[in-house]
Design a protein around this ligand. Structure first.
Ligand code: ADP
Ligand code: MG
Length: 213
């Protein structure tokens, strides 16, 4: 089953500018991990923002799990798209514990379901026992795993990752690459992974889309 359908998607930040995304069409199968590779400024982040619903396209359409989330006449807001996002700077809430961060998007669940989901996510990213810590008490790699757990906790149908390793040092990057691939496989997650580093993409992704500026 196709889980993402992007049809002739176009976007520009202003009418004077040339389009950042120009009639881009692309499909993803369930469980695929696809890399988006391209130089700085080529529109990678913009593409993820369009899929997430943080920007509205100037043309074209996006469907997720067979449901149109945006086209010329409709727009489903980000919180109803079933999309999880992990950003470059993790963006954890500094005043919340690991548990608080992971449970953040789970207010629709009962208390019991929430506790079970938290335990499942902590186990998935191998941070069981860390739930009472605050982000500043964790290493960069651990913070990144919390961000991943938070994004996966509401069980999104796709996960969008925008240069998630750019704040990690080189050694950590190598180990977290294979960790990430294992976690995504275990969760059977469909993922769009943006990077400017082809080694990240080679290590993690099933196939690659090149963006050109
Ligand atoms: P990438 O993630 O591949 O580095 P971006 O999607 O961030 O690229 O940016 C694509 C292009 O859009 C760049 O030329 C950038 O300068 C421009 N751009 C990005 N964000 C904005 C914005 N908020 N307003 C105007 N132009 C923007
Ligand atoms: Mg970017």
């Amino acid at each position: 089953m196709k889980i993402v359908n992007i049809g002739k998607l176009s976007f520009s930040y202003s009418s004077k500018q040339k389009p950042v995304i120009d009639r881009f069409s692309f499909d993803m199968e369930k469980g695929e991990i696809v890399g988006i590779l391209g130089p700085s400024g080529s529109g990678k982040s913009t593409l993820l923002r369009l899929v997430a619903g943080l920007e509205s396209p100037t043309g074209g359409s996006i469907a997720i799990s067979g449901r149109t989330v945006v086209d010329d006449t409709s727009f489903i807001p980000p919180e109803n798209r079933g999309v999880g996002m992990v950003f470059q700077d993790y963006a954890l809430f500094p005043h919340m514990t690991v548990a608080g961060n992971i449970e953040f998007g789970l207010h629709r669940l009962s208390k019991k379901e929430r506790a079970a989901r938290l335990a499942e996510m902590l186990e998935l990213v191998q941070l069981s026992g860390f739930e009472k810590r605050y982000p500043h008490e964790l290493s960069g790699g651990q913070q990144q795993r919390v961000a991943l757990a938070r994004a996966l906790a509401p069980r999104p149908s796709i996960l969008l990752m925008d240069e998630p390793f750019s704040n990690l040092d080189a050694d950590l990057k190598v180990s977290i690459r294979s960790e990430l691939r294992d976690i995504l496989r275990k969760a059977e997650m469909t993922c769009l992974f943006v990077s400017h580093d082809h080694q990240d993409v080679d290590a993690i992704c099933d196939r690659t889309v090149m963006m050109v500026s």
